[in-house]
Write a protein of this length. Structure first.
Length: 310
């Protein structure tokens, strides 16, 4: 499930992973096995309640994009459809009431099976002006084991940190916890004034990859930095939803459907319809819309490249 795109089937990880198969090279990457959930009727009393975490994971799409561009085979278990859909921006309206997020629901007839419908549940958080948001305490738990010793891992993380620091205010604090053969506090909570930013950059530049992975110890230490109390509060929201039989899919919904369908094709899902990547390409062209950030255009190029390699 996701926050800013379609509500798709969850794919729980299996405790046993399968090694990926690549063309022309040996891969050291491994992915937990994913099993496609069976379709479940929402009217079934046992499945009438659905829950999902309020977070946005997008890494799977970036990983798949890298592999397609490099001409690699796509391990089926590397494809997480919800993370692919989450990667893209959608035209959700901002919340207008006291709640910190707005829920948007729409539906259309399935493009590949008129007997079924596609329902999208999207959540848009309230955008807060940087200068107006409360102070933030950020704790970065960084894996600096030997597995991070490649250009697209720890070095890329160092470059990304520079962009993040530009978004922080002077009242924000950053802590860095690292783990490899052992875990340790690399940087205690540091205010993000000019001197603090330099300290973070210096510490990041001093990190190097090596050793084994001791993630458990690192996680325990990270949760202690900084030590602060959080108040829990739950809010129940009711969102009315009326599905019109003749409603046409919006560009947003069509595009999100195309992304999900492409993910099903990459996974060779038993629930995908005929057409595969070509069907996804047809759908994404139909749902391109304004595409101010060029995300749809990039996705179209990616699907075309995948089709050419097949």
């Amino acid at each position: 499930m996701h926050l800013r795109g379609n509500s798709l089937k969850l794919q729980p990880p299996s405790p046993r992973g399968r090694p990926p198969v690549e063309r022309g090279r040996i891969s050291v990457e491994r992915y937990d096995a994913l099993i496609d959930n069976k379709w479940t009727a929402p009217t079934d009393e046992r499945s009438s309640l659905s829950t999902f975490a309020v977070d946005v994971d997008t890494a799977s799409y970036a990983n798949i994009r890298r592999m397609i561009r490099d001409g690699q085979a796509i391990p089926k278990d590397s494809v997480r459809i919800e993370e692919m859909v989450n990667y893209f921006d959608y035209q959700y309206a901002q919340p207008t009431d006291q709640h910190p997020f707005a829920v948007h629901v729409d539906s259309c007839v399935s493009p590949w099976d008129s007997n079924n419908r596609i329902v999208r549940i999207g959540i848009q958080g309230k955008e807060i002006v940087r200068e107006e948001r409360p102070a933030t305490n950020l704790v970065f738990l960084l894996d600096v084991s030997g597995s991070m010793n490649s250009a697209n891992k720890l070095p890329l993380l160092k470059e990304s940190m520079k962009y993040l620091l530009e978004e922080l205010n002077g009242d924000d604090t950053v802590s860095i916890v690292v783990y490899a053969g052992a875990s340790g506090l690399a940087l205690p909570a540091t205010k993000m004034d000019d001197a603090g930013r330099q300290r973070v950059l210096q510490k990041m530049n001093s990190l190097s990859a090596g050793g084994s992975t001791a993630g458990g110890q690192g996680i325990k230490l990270a949760y202690k930095q900084p030590d602060q109390k959080m108040e829990d509060e739950s809010t129940y929201l009711t969102v009315p939803f009326v599905a019109s039989e003749n409603a046409e899919a919006s560009d947003d919904l069509t595009f999100a459907t195309a992304v999900g369908f492409f993910g099903m094709a990459l996974r060779d899902s038993p629930y995908q319809a005929s057409g595969g990547a070509n069907m996804a390409l047809h759908l994404v062209k139909a749902g391109k819309g304004a595409d101010g950030k060029g995300q749809c255009a990039e996705f179209i190029k990616l699907v075309k490249k995948y089709i050419e390699k097949e």
